[in-house]
Design a protein around this ligand. Structure first.
Ligand code: CA
Length: 521
């Protein structure tokens, strides 16, 4: 493969007030390098890592994104590598006296005329894929459902060419848990709402063991979902219970699952794509395997695209509590109403208490890879993460596992954990997922298409058949944030219309991982 020509020394400073910049060159820059501004590097500075632009006294504020990301633990000379051991982390922002709905971003003109080809559902939602999902009440049935899904794919799916896939919604919940604990509502409503994801066309079938704590009527109580039969009349929840006396032998269970699946496949097969406005997109954005470029290239481009989507009337969810906690004041000030700001503060306070119960704080978030990629601490990581939310007003807040009931830019409170965040955004009703990564992750979901965005050209080149967008061109000077933002917007409409992402081509599917803050037994 072609190697890029060596580029002249290139550093990126995010704000004029910053006293550090990051090195953009592949492989970093050696000691002795003269930067364009004349500063000479005292150390080798790896790619994505920070260089001190001025002499910093012990205790001096180290500023990036025009925000204090730390304090110098000892004197740092200009030109030195500012690595994480040289930084003392600021305390978390208190949750009182925050600016509430103070920023009124200028109204942006609506973006009209953009459409995609989607599957309109009876409840008004729109799917981007046509998938038979098999809901499970408990992990005990996972092996049986796996076996059945293989048979369905081999024997039934070819007869229903309009159906894209069959997915077992398997998870580790359902029994051995304190199901009456107050926080058990989170995993239960997550599972319920995932069953109702727009990509499943309102077809709900359940496989249950029989003796589990999470009984089918607790997961999906009568009236919680509209269920109709072939004639459109209300009917009972479709449940295959493995312990039912009618099942004699393993294969009789499989026959039951297949029989039930065929009924739903027939109905799903009648779905057709139709032209719908871009406002029907429900996009979940998140990042994983972040590096110092995440907040320079991919996330700002996602933020630009978020603003385009909001202007088009679509819904965008951003999440990841521990990665926005340090920018809470930026978020509460952008809330459309005091109620929205208060809801954000309530979610953050809940999460603070949750972390506190485990005797950690938000600093537990950063990974060895984040640090290797140049992110010294959670404050620096959060400033780069929060820009995914763009600049639009924040009009709503969701608790973990809740389902969306409004459009616009929504803060969906979830852990930052990639798989848990994705699972909760599925429950909220996302029909398209955007995932930025700097270190690189092959993340994918079976339930919705995932568009992956690389923060660096080096990653995009090496992972050319895993990354859908290369935002590293922004750091290279080959594209603007707006260029990549528009490219993403157009790609989203194509993918929503059926174009496959790399993760779909290779069928890379991460497991659903439920957020269960309640005890297990
Ligand atoms: Ca994440």
């Amino acid at each position: 493969m072609d190697q890029p020509a060596a580029r002249p020394p290139h550093t990126i400073r995010m704000h004029d007030a910053d006293n550090v910049a990051i090195v953009a060159n592949d492989g970093g820059l050696p000691a002795g390098t003269v930067l364009p501004e004349g500063l000479v590097l005292k150390d080798h500075v790896p790619q994505g890592h920070k260089v001190a632009l001025v002499d910093l006294a012990e205790g001096a504020v180290v500023r990036r994104y025009d925000v204090p990301i730390g304090y110098a633990a000892k004197p740092i000379a200009a030109g030195s590598w500012v690595h994480e051991k040289l930084l003392r982390m600021p305390d978390a922002r208190e949750l009182d006296n925050l600016p509430i709905a103070t920023v009124k971003p200028p109204a942006q003109p609506p973006l009209e005329g953009y459409t995609f080809e989607g599957y309109r559902n009876a409840d008004g939602s729109v799917g981007t894929r046509n998938i038979l999902a098999i809901t499970t009440t408990v992990q005990c049935v996972a092996g049986v459902v796996d076996f059945a899904v293989k048979r369905i794919k081999a024997e039934l799916l070819p007869k229903y060419p309009n159906v894209d896939d069959v997915v077992g919604l398997e998870h580790t919940y359902g029994c051995g848990v304190a199901i009456d604990a107050p926080d058990a509502i989170i995993p239960i409503r997550t599972l319920r709402n995932i069953s109702l994801n727009p990509n499943f066309g309102g077809e709900v079938m359940v496989v249950s063991l029989g003796c589990e704590k999470l009984q089918p009527d607790r997961l999906l109580p009568p009236g919680s979902i509209p269920i109709t039969d072939q004639r459109g009349e209300d009917t009972e929840l479709d449940v295959v219970c493995l312990q039912d006396a009618e099942h004699v032998g393993f294969l009789s269970m499989i026959d039951s699952v297949l029989e039930s699946a065929e009924m739903h496949l027939e109905r799903l097969n009648r779905r057709r794509r139709e032209t719908v406005p871009a406002s029907e997109l429900v996009v979940g954005v998140q990042c994983g395997g972040s590096d110092a470029f995440s907040g320079v290239t991919a996330n700002p481009a996602v933020g630009f695209c978020t603003d385009l989507l909001v202007r088009a009337g679509a819904t965008v969810m951003f999440s990841e509590v521990t990665e926005v906690r340090d920018g809470i004041d930026q978020l509460t000030s952008r809330a459309t109403t005091p109620e929205v700001a208060e809801a954000m503060i309530r979610e953050m306070a809940w999460y603070d208490a949750y972390l506190n119960k485990g005797r950690v704080d938000r600093s537990a978030n950063t990974t060895p890879g984040n640090k290797k990629g140049g992110l010294s601490n959670i404050v620096e990581k959060a400033m780069g993460s929060i820009v995914k939310s763009g600049s639009s007003p924040i009009s709503g807040v969701l608790s973990p596992g809740d389902k969306l009931a409004q459009r616009g830019l929504i803060y969906a409170a979830t852990p930052a954990s990639d798989f848990i965040c994705g699972t909760l955004q599925l429950a909220a009703g996302m029909n398209l997922h955007v995932f930025t990564t700097g270190r690189g992750t092959p993340y994918g979901l079976a339930e919705v298409p995932v568009i992956k965005v690389a923060t660096r050209t080096d990653l995009a080149r090496r992972w050319h058949d895993l990354m859908d967008v290369n935002a590293g061109r922004i750091a290279d000077g080959d594209a603007t944030i707006a260029d990549v933002g528009w490219e993403m917007f157009r790609l989203m409409l194509d993918v929503a219309s059926g174009k496959k992402t790399w993760a779909e081509q290779w069928k890379l599917h991460n497991a659903l991982v439920l957020f269960n803050p309640a005890p297990v037994t």
